[in-house]
Ligand binder design. Structure first.
Ligand code: OGA
Ligand code: NI
Length: 360
């Protein structure tokens, strides 16, 4: 991207440093307007409501079992845009090691982490903000962002060298998650009445993009005033999130309420991104979500993004465009699309032309 900005509009402050300094109050920069605070409406859903949990163990079983599972995926993708999966094929021990490796990175001394400080040009590396608006209200979280695919963008020298097993673990983890996403793409494609490979082909076949954003949400002395990550929908194709099993934080919007996700052991939280909403002509929903923080536990999450090849035009699949269901979105490349969110920061779903149902 040639027109990307080169640097941040103001000095970067690490949220982890703020948290560790033991301040009893958060700086004004992190205080959200009242209508965006966790306690404001839309209210938080009763705690027994959760996103669907789908066991993929029998996906290769007989026809009937497979159909039951693919139907659950269809329901979840059209109604929630979010679901959890277990028995997804990614090795549970590898999931633990991946989370552990990143925990180890974020607990390295600050100067070790600063060596990877990112810039808005590519966002790769250690970061503490999204968006370039000077004076913007910031989120209570730091992150690390890296490319896995295409291989031309994968540069392990830009991945943390410490802990010493991180690069190998993340390489293997990413390979397994990509494989899982490929299987899911087939199901999502079939469920739209398209051929098995239609969605994957629209993404560029083997030339897809894949990147990892590891979120680190430090303890916050005033969690009721801020968010770890502001409400947004994911701009890419699919997101596979490995959340902290012990600390909840992710909230998903549904029927104008926020549902707090309770992660199941060794589950992935999967969500539909904007590009699949576009390709499906809004049959599948890319749903707004956000992260709340708390005062006694830090939280870590690994968000793996499976994206279309960045210079392909993405538009509603031809088979899904009829006189009754006209195309809802113009064709756009993912490069064009992503620039919007990278410049303006997370802002609900405004980039898909959907108005906000709560003011922000
Ligand atoms: C993201 C995201 C959720 C979380 O990184 O896009 O929504 O729980 N993360 O950290
Ligand atoms: Ni997200």
């Amino acid at each position: 991207m040639n027109n990307s900005p080169k640097d941040w509009p103001e000095p970067i402050v690490r949220v982890q440093s703020l948290s560790e300094s033991g301040l009893p109050v958060i700086p004004d920069r992190y205080i959200k307007p009242p209508d965006q605070r966790p306690s404001f409406s839309p209210a938080t859903q009763a705690s027994h409501v959760n996103i669907p949990l789908i066991d993929l163990g029998d996906l290769n079983g007989d026809h009937e079992k497979r159909t039951a599972i693919t139907e659950q995926i269809f329901q979840a993708s059209t109604e929630w845009g979010f679901f959890q999966v277990v028995n997804h094929g990614v090795c549970p021990q590898l999931m633990d090691r991946a989370r552990q490796a990143w925990y180890g990175f974020f607990h390295q001394p600050m100067e070790v982490k600063q060596a990877y400080a990112n810039s808005p040009k590519t966002y790769e590396g250690y970061g503490s903000r999204l968006g370039l608006e000077k004076g913007a209200i910031l989120d209570w979280g730091d992150y690390y962002y890296l490319h896995y695919l295409p291989s031309s963008l994968k540069d392990q020298n830009k991945w943390p060298a410490l802990p010493s097993d991180l690069r190998a673990v993340i390489d293997e983890y990413s390979a397994q998650v990509v494989k899982f996403c490929g299987a899911l793409m087939k199901i999502l494609s079939q469920n739209l009445g398209l051929g098995d490979e239609a969605l994957q082909d629209a993404f560029g076949g083997e030339n897809i993009g894949a990147c990892l954003r590891v979120n680190f949400y430090p303890k916050c002395p005033q969690p009721e005033l801020t968010l770890g990550l502001s409400s947004h929908s994911d701009p890419g194709g699919l997101t596979v999130l490995l959340a902290d099993e012990n600390v909840a934080g992710l909230q998903v919007r549904k029927n104008d309420m926020w549902t707090t996700v309770k992660p199941a052991p060794h589950a992935f939280i999967v969500n539909i991104g904007d590009q699949i909403q576009v390709l499906s002509n809004a049959k599948y929903k890319s749903v707004e979500h956000r992260v709340i923080v708390n005062s006694d536990r830090e939280r870590i999450s690994l968000a793996f993004f499976y994206n279309p090849k960045s210079d392909l035009l993405i538009e509603p699949a031809k088979e899904l465009v009829t006189p009754e269901t006209p195309a809802l979105y113009p064709a756009m490349t993912f490069d064009q699309y992503r620039l919007y969110i990278r410049t303006r920061g997370p802002r609900g779903k405004s980039q898909l032309g959907e108005s906000q149902s709560s003011p922000r």
